[in-house]
Ligand binder design. Structure first.
Ligand code: HEM
Length: 457
């Protein structure tokens, strides 16, 4: 059948906005219309696909899609060689070139350093209120600068990087309004700082400087395989190593920690396990920390930072009995199965133990997407998460203020509020509180920006 014959979301009379923001009830639409329907979204006709079969169809063959057409803002900001918006052979080659930066084997060797940096940052900020999202983004970027991309980031540099990342990601979902957003003098200043910093770093490396980091491994691997080394291409790659996606990781942890601390029974059993937490214990994987793994899987399930993917069809294909021609704009609800009762019992309940009781199919977990475009930073997230939660639960009592209960968000383009204020205090009072780089940033004071609108990177 032709897509013109698809039932439409609008025919159901379901909400399209709440509190002045776009807000759709895709779960109900899926129940009533099935895994494929039409939707008017930002003035354009879209086909919405969701559910386990949709994930399978979307991930089975990545060449069905044009990432180039769907992800224009990434190209505009990061340049024509940026991985997110490449397709087919050029994309596969790029992912091959990035492997030495992001493979688990390339990351895990930094675990002890990562743990040390985060432990120091937690200690440095203990005992006083702090904006958790900002703290996490800043501390994770600092950790990256001591592990995967060695460089000196002082408080000013960290501030430029964090604000640039947040505002860049915010703009991606703004449609044409992004041009004005990115044209604001404040943003231009951050952008110029970030790109100036990274360009100098890349030029030093191309000029012969070496560092024991993943960027170096990427450069050497490419030299050995006769791949060209071009500064214009390496600058966005350095950005990927240093801070891409930290806002998404921070958001997931914000929401997840709020739920974890509201579940004293589970927190108690997790504390027991994490009394024995150490980075060296993580070196061989999560096998020694099954409850920690289950906790993070539940955070990934309930708070996927990029719940919906905007896509454009490149090769016509059929789904659910409908022919999707080339050029069709699609919203792929890749995390919809996370909230289906028939897949995850009591889906709106934060219940990490579910992950200890049974296994779930791969196509039911859409947090990082799938196939060849699967999130490049997934392994990084899966190290950052355990180290953050491991340190926090083992060493501190946590109090969270600010937002009420953070709601699960299945929307496209609507920021999920996750701006919590946190105070953590040492379990033992002999914590020796050092002062470190992010201290000077006075993260707690910077509440003016909206740190919640992460979509992708
Ligand atoms: C909880 C945190 C994160 C979430 C939920 C997340 C989610 C996603 C999703 C859903 C995609 C789209 C995959 C697809 O097209 O099917 C993606 C792609 C991507 N992510 Fe993440 N991400 C996170 C953190 C990170 C981090 C820390 C990095 C750092 C490098 C990163 C880098 C990327 C890149 C470069 C892509 C594009 C990959 C490609 O097109 O080949 N992400 N991410």
């Amino acid at each position: 059948m032709k897509i013109e014959e698809l039932p439409s979301y609008e025919s159901l009379g379901l909400p399209v906005e709440r509190d002045g923001l776009e807000q759709f009830d895709h779960l109900q639409a899926y129940r009533r219309l099935g895994p494929i329907y039409r939707l008017q979204f930002r003035g354009e006709e879209h086909v919405v696909i969701g559910g386990m079969d949709a994930n399978e169809a979307a991930w089975r063959n990545p060449d069905l899609w044009s990432y180039e057409d769907a992800l224009v803002p990434f190209r505009e900001m990061m340049g024509p060689t940026h991985v997110t918006q490449l397709d087919r052979e050029v994309h596969r080659r790029k992912r091959r070139n990035l492997r030495n930066g992001f493979a688990m084997s390339a990351l895990v060797r930094h675990l002890e350093t990562l743990d040390r940096v985060l432990a120091t940052e937690f200690a440095a900020h203990a005992g006083r209120p702090i904006r958790l999202h900002d703290f996490l983004m800043t501390a994770l970027t600092l950790a990256n600068s001591r592990t995967v991309l060695h460089c000196e980031l002082d408080a000013e540099a960290l501030r430029h990087f964090v604000v640039f990342e947040e505002e860049f990601i915010q703009g991606i979902s703004m449609g044409e309004a992004r041009h004005a957003h990115y044209g604001r003098p404040g943003f231009v200043e951050h952008r110029e700082y970030v790109f100036g910093f990274l360009r100098q770093l890349v030029e030093r490396r191309l000029g012969g400087e070496t560092q024991p980091d993943n960027f170096q491994e990427m450069l050497e691997d490419r030299r050995e395989r006769g791949e060209p080394l071009d500064a214009g291409e390496l600058v966005p790659e350095a950005y990927l190593l240093l801070m891409a996606g930290t806002g998404n990781t921070a958001k997931m942890l914000n929401c997840g920690l709020q739920n974890l601390w509201e579940d004293p029974a589970w927190l108690g059993v997790l504390e027991e396990e994490l009394a024995g937490y150490s980075a060296s214990g993580l070196m061989s994987g999560m096998g020694r920390f099954p409850r920690l793994k289950a906790t993070l899987m539940e955070m990934e399930r309930m708070f996927p930072a990029a719940p919906v993917m905007s896509r454009v069809v490149h090769e016509a294909f059929e789904f659910g009995g409908y022919e999707l021609p080339k050029g069709t704009r699609v919203l792929h609800l890749q995390t919809l199965p996370h909230f289906l009762e028939e897949v995850y019992e009591e889906p709106y309940r934060f219940r990490p133990a579910r992950w200890l009781e049974r296994e779930y199919p791969k196509k039911a977990h859409g947090t990082f997407g799938g196939s060849t475009h699967i999130c490049l930073g997934m392994n990084l997230v899966r190290l950052h998460g355990p180290v953050v939660v491991g340190n926090l639960v083992r060493d501190y009592r946590l109090e969270l203020r600010g937002e009420g209960k953070i709601e699960v968000n299945l929307n496209y383009g609507v920021p999920q509020v996750a701006d919590l204020e946190a105070v953590w205090t040492p379990r033992s009072d002999n914590g020796n509180l050092a002062v470190t780089t992010t201290d000077a940033l006075s993260v707690a004071g910077r509440s003016g920006q909206n740190p919640t609108a992460s979509l992708r990177h």
